[in-house]
Design a binder for this molecule. Structure first.
Ligand SMILES: NC(=O)c1ccc[n+]([C@@H]2O[C@H](COP(=O)([O-])OP(=O)(O)OC[C@H]3O[C@@H](n4cnc5c(N)ncnc54)[C@H](O)[C@@H]3O)[C@@H](O)[C@H]2O)c1
Ligand SMILES: [Zn+2]
Length: 376
């Protein structure tokens, strides 16, 4: 590692750095040590990441004279459950973790969300450090302080806002990530351009193929841009009370409906659903004449050009009304309207507070929605 990029996250009561570099983990000891007053820690990871990257982290820690205990959980979304949370809490208690000790989360969003939540509730709040190993976790889930586990009744139903003390994003981790996972994480990168940064979306159009092919400078630039964009939005609305943080959910209402329809299985990864959802948000906006059809086409071409799915038909033949039912369930509503993120153009996402769901169902079934006036 010759140099690294750092994003300083400044929230009302918490500040922390997101450090981004290639090969960061081998030289991370000086960054981690300040958060380990007793020079001991625990590392939580999953089986896949443990095989690929745990030895490197353990070497970094032991070379710096830091003792560590390790808990390895199964890989995959179903790990984020109450049973594993219980196992994790017992492990942390047995390891006699104190409030001032930082717990290390080495893995994707599943490990990060779960360890973050355990850290939030153990001893009413311990420190934790995120070492995200997927692109999705590096650009999205490791930053912002949302932590949670799933219940059978729904995803992320039990959680807390709890910020990490440090985030270490090493692009070497991405060299072992399957292309499909990389692309799914990339959807969240392009999202930041589509939300409010048209110049960054231009950059994405030019550089995404290189980024996906493993170009380190492109990856580092994209991660830094994404983290800054997320931090800016989170800083304005840390606990999602003002509607600003909702912007980060562009494409997610459509995407979650597709994820629910496919049972949150490997049939559709979260980021894959988000990519299709963003295409849908732009297509719906174009159909309503809020944005130009050319902008919607641009969004679709971008993702399809990378080999990503961009249509509902590639995922499911469920009816529009069935997908709308998932949206209602997701938002605990019976019928009527829902707030939706729509677009007036690339980088001009806005929250439409009441979108008619009959209209959305018709749109999903391929009928053109009722046209309406361009909103203010
Ligand atoms: N907290 C937030 O703000 C937030 C935001 C977005 C998503 N999330 C959550 O994040 C989770 C999804 O995160 P994810 O996509 O990282 O999933 P994940 O953690 O399940 O990782 C995806 C897969 O990649 C494997 N993997 C991880 N790192 C690897 C590496 N370097 N090389 C090879 N394989 C590797 C994992 O073992 C897993 O099989 C969901 O649970 C979602 O709810 C949280
Ligand atoms: Zn997402």
């Amino acid at each position: 590692m010759t140099s690294h990029n750092s994003v300083h996250i400044k929230l009302a009561k918490h500040t922390y750095d997101v450090v981004i570099a290639d090969g960061l983990l081998t030289q991370a000891a000086p960054l981690i040590v300040p958060f380990l007053p007793r020079r001991q820690t625990v590392v939580i990871t999953d089986e896949t990441v443990a095989q690929l990257h745990l030895p490197l982290l353990q070497k970094t820690l032991s070379d710096a004279g830091i003792a560590s205990q390790v808990l390895i959980l199964p890989a995959g979304e179903q790990t984020k459950n109450l049973a594993n949370l219980e196992r994790l809490l017992h492990f942390l208690a047995d390891a006699r973790i104190e409030r001032t000790d930082a717990i290390l989360a080495l893995g994707g969003g599943v490990i990060g969300d779960m360890v973050g939540f355990a850290a939030a509730i153990l001893r009413r709040g311990c420190q934790f450090i995120q070492i995200p190993t997927t692109l999705l976790a590096q650009v999205d889930s490791s930053v912002g302080g949302k932590t949670a586990i799933n219940l059978p009744q729904g995803k992320n139903l039990v959680g807390a806002f709890h910020q990490p003390r440090l985030v270490l994003a090493d692009t070497q981790m991405l060299t072992t990530l399957p292309r499909r996972e990389l692309l799914a994480g990339y959807a969240e990168v392009a999202k930041y351009g589509l939300i409010n940064d048209p110049a960054f979306f231009d950059w994405c159009e030019g550089n995404a193929p290189a980024l996906i092919a493993g170009d380190k400078p492109a990856q580092i630039y994209a991660i830094e841009k994404s983290v800054r964009a997320k931090a800016d939005i989170v800083a304005q609305d840390e606990t999602e009370t003002l509607g600003i943080r909702a912007l980060l959910n562009l494409g997610h209402t459509f995407g979650h409906a597709l994820e629910a329809e496919t049972g949150y299985t490997d049939a559709l990864l979260h980021g894959e659903g988000v990519a299709i959802g963003m295409v849908m948000a732009f297509q719906y906006s174009a159909a309503k004449s809020y944005c130009s059809p050319a902008d919607a086409q641009r969004v679709q071409s971008h993702f399809s050009g990378l080999g990503m799915k961009t249509t509902r038909a590639e995922v499911t033949n469920a009816s529009g009304s069935r997908l709308v039912e998932h949206m209602l369930q997701d938002k605990k509503r019976q019928s009527g309207t829902l707030p939706f993120l729509l677009a007036r153009g690339i980088g001009k996402t806005y929250l439409d507070t009441s979108v008619d769901l009959t209209d959305i169902a018709a749109f999903l079934d391929g009928h053109s929605p009722q046209s309406s006036n361009i909103p203010e």
